[in-house]
Design a protein around this ligand. Structure first.
Ligand SMILES: Cc1ncc(COP(=O)(O)O)c(C=O)c1O
Length: 444
């Protein structure tokens, strides 16, 4: 399967690009560069195929370099490259919003476009605040999120986030008024596939915050249906339902961050469909364009949208927010093509059908390795924890590197590995992923 990669004639210097979420010095001493992708594979600069076990960063649900998406982007770039979305527009963003509304939960059909998950979260925060201002409840400024959450890296998302290293040096900036629910990982639930039986009571933290801060001061509760980046923390049975109940009792908005769980990852279009709990807003990104062009979106309940819109005097701008690239034509073209593929290939349903095989194979392949301290999973996403080495995260980072040199890409966070292949994966790919993981982990 070795592929010919056009040789790089010019040696490249790695100094200028300051890489995100990367130990730069370590990477640049021994760079892992990918130069090509197709389907389930990347190819390294040396021509080595790299099986993609995490759909990039959970973006490429339909596999890499889909010709339909490439053609749509190319055609759009040659027809209409850019339109300012402030007080002018192009039809494709409207048709895309309409298409998205057909797969979103009923009523969550007002769509604000952004360029990333981080921007979607900050946009949702502003929408929540604007909504309560419009309703004459401007004291509702506090947000409730959760430990071990990842909501991106913008200022709002950093404040909501519950991963220590992402927050600790930025304590002085961002939203002051955030309180964090306890995370839902429980030692008693180790090695559970699917939703754990225990832990629903953790949702009562929200009730405690209502008592402590007063519902009249709380705007929204923001959670990922499954905490993805910290290693597939699947919500205990009844947990999301209880959050919904408490939000309803106190008129607090429930926002689901579906940046990872959206577009088939849980075996349905969205996590909300899999868990049967409907939020008031949803943040989206990643697989919205199959990762081909940066794009995010916030799906907003019609009542929230209408309240903000109708509050403004006729002719006035209703919501003071937007990005130069909101609804960019290339992103819209890519998203249209991606959603078409998802529909034509029944990828969400396919993910649901493949899930049992995927989860069982992960479990059976890794369960007996002494270094593995937990395995969790739901839909087409599973995680395992490695016993930490001298310091937390070293072993996870080392695993990611060793896997790359062994021909596989896996997203790791700390000492957790997150397996989330493209939804086009065949059983043979799953077998291969698990075999390689086992082989490499065994060498630790
Ligand atoms: C749940 C969740 N929200 C938000 C984000 C941020 O998205 P982005 O990196 O596109 O800004 C991520 C990224 O992994 C995520 O997993």
């Amino acid at each position: 399967m070795k592929q010919e990669i056009p040789p790089t004639n010019k040696p490249i210097t790695l100094d200028n690009h300051w890489m995100p979420f990367t130990p730069n010095r370590d990477f640049k001493a021994n760079p892992r560069l990918m130069v090509k992708a197709s389907g389930m594979y990347y190819w390294s600069q040396a021509g080595q195929p790299i099986l993609d076990a995490s759909a990039g960063l959970f973006c490429c649900a339909a596999g890499h370099c889909r010709p339909e998406i490439a053609a749509a982007i190319s055609q759009q770039a040659q027809t209409l490259d850019y339109v300012p979305h402030f007080q002018s527009a192009h039809p494709t963003s409207f048709t895309l919003a309409e298409k998205l509304a057909t797969i979103l939960p009923s009523g969550l059909d007002r769509i604000f476009f952004t360029n990333s998950g981080s921007e979607s979260i900050d946009t949702a925060i502003k929408i929540a605040i604007a909504y309560f201002q419009a309703k004459g409840q401007g004291t509702r400024q506090r947000f409730i999120s959760r430990e071990r959450a990842y909501h991106g890296v913008n200022i709002g998302g950093t404040a909501l986030g519950g991963m220590t290293n992402n927050r600790r040096i930025y304590g002085g900036v961002g939203l002051a008024q955030v309180a964090h629910l306890r995370h839902t990982w429980l030692a008693d639930n180790k090695f559970t596939l699917g939703q754990p039986e225990q832990g629903k009571e953790l949702a009562e933290d929200l009730q405690r915050f209502v008592t402590l801060y007063g519902a009249e001061n709380i705007a929204a509760c923001v959670v990922e249906p499954i905490a993805g980046s910290t290693g597939t923390l699947v919500p205990p049975k009844g947990y999301l339902e209880r959050l919904r109940e408490i939000c309803d009792q106190h008129s607090i908005l429930l926002i689901f961050d579906e940046v990872i769980t959206g577009f088939g990852r849980t075996g349905n279009a969205f996590g909300t469909d899999s868990f049967g709990v409907k939020p008031d807003m949803m943040t989206l990104a990643k697989a919205l364009t199959n990762g081909a062009v940066p794009m995010g979106a916030v799906a907003v309940k019609r009542e929230i949208h209408d309240t903000i819109i109708n509050h403004a005097p006729a002719g006035a701008m209703e919501f003071f927010h937007g990005y130069t690239y909101s609804g960019h034509p290339l992103a819209c073209a890519a998203a249209h093509a991606a959603l078409d593929i998802y529909q034509q290939e029944n990828l969400f349903e396919r993910a649901g059908n493949l899930s049992a095989y995927f989860l069982t194979t992960v479990f059976n392949s890794l369960r007996d390795l002494p270094i593995i301290t937990d395995i969790r999973g739901y839909g087409m996403m599973a995680s395992f924890d490695l016993a930490p080495a001298e310091s937390v995260g070293l072993r996870g980072a080392e695993l990611q590197k060793r896997l790359f040199w062994a021909g596989m890409h896996l997203k790791t966070t700390g000492d957790a590995g997150i397996i989330a292949p493209a939804l086009i994966a065949e059983k043979s790919h799953i077998d291969e992923i698990c075999q390689r993981l086992r082989d490499v982990i065994q060498q630790f």
